[in-house]
Design a protein around this ligand. Sequence first.
Ligand code: GUN
Length: 284
Amino acid sequence: MSAEVINGRDLAQEIRLELKDEVSKMIQEEGVTPHLTVVLVGDNPASKSYVKGKEKAAKEVGISSSLVELPETTSEEELLNLIHKLNEDKTVNGILVQLPLPNHIREQKVIEMINPNKDVDGFHPVNIGRMMLGEDTFLPCTPYGIITMLKSRNISIEGKHAVVIGRSNIVGKPVGQLLLNENATVTYCHSRTANLKEFTTKADILIVAIGKPNVVTAEDIKDGAVVIDVGINRLETGKLTGDVDFDSAADKASFITPVPKGVGPMTIAMLLKNTIKAAKGLEK
Ligand code: GUN
């Protein structure tokens, strides 16, 4: 293996320590404890486990959090009413509705109900617009975590060719935008892209957010590329794996992120950062 591994678990831990200091200063100097409210609808086991991880991390840095658990049968109207109440509640700084929601609830409707100034996921169209304009805002946590990982290793982005595989609203689209904001030349690839390899082999920075295990291998990447694996796939054996075949790709890449201990922990660290930002208020 020649690539340097960017360990997201260690970096997230360092960030949480910094955030812990920041929160204790806020408490001491301003008497403000940031508060995050997480809303979970239904019994999706993966969602339950993610939410637990978010609450645990919040507690560790001194952010207070509450979890509202609603049954699968909750109507869209009931959920929208709850969000309205949380928007009005001055003690709540950040609101996170865990996705996916049950099929009978329109996700976009729910996201758009959240007050953009409490939208710590950065999913509200107002915040997506602010991000596109390069304004100060809540950046979506996974893309924000990816940029933070690149910067932590002083990996230059400006002028580089970044290729993003995946075009989801949560990861693919916004990470491409953030790389563009950092002056990269960005190419988006997706499930309908013809000759994917033609693009991936030209990438200086390759972001892989496909959602299928081991799709990208050494032959798909350029020598010395930076490879960021956003996939979290559970194999039948129970083992977690990314979208990239780590062992082969690591022989060719200059930097690579593993799964687990890669992008995942960074997503949660950025959520905490956004919650503190929400408690401080966005720049006007
Ligand atoms: N489901 C999967 N990832 C996320 C995320 O980053 N935020 C929310 N709210 N739900 C998710």
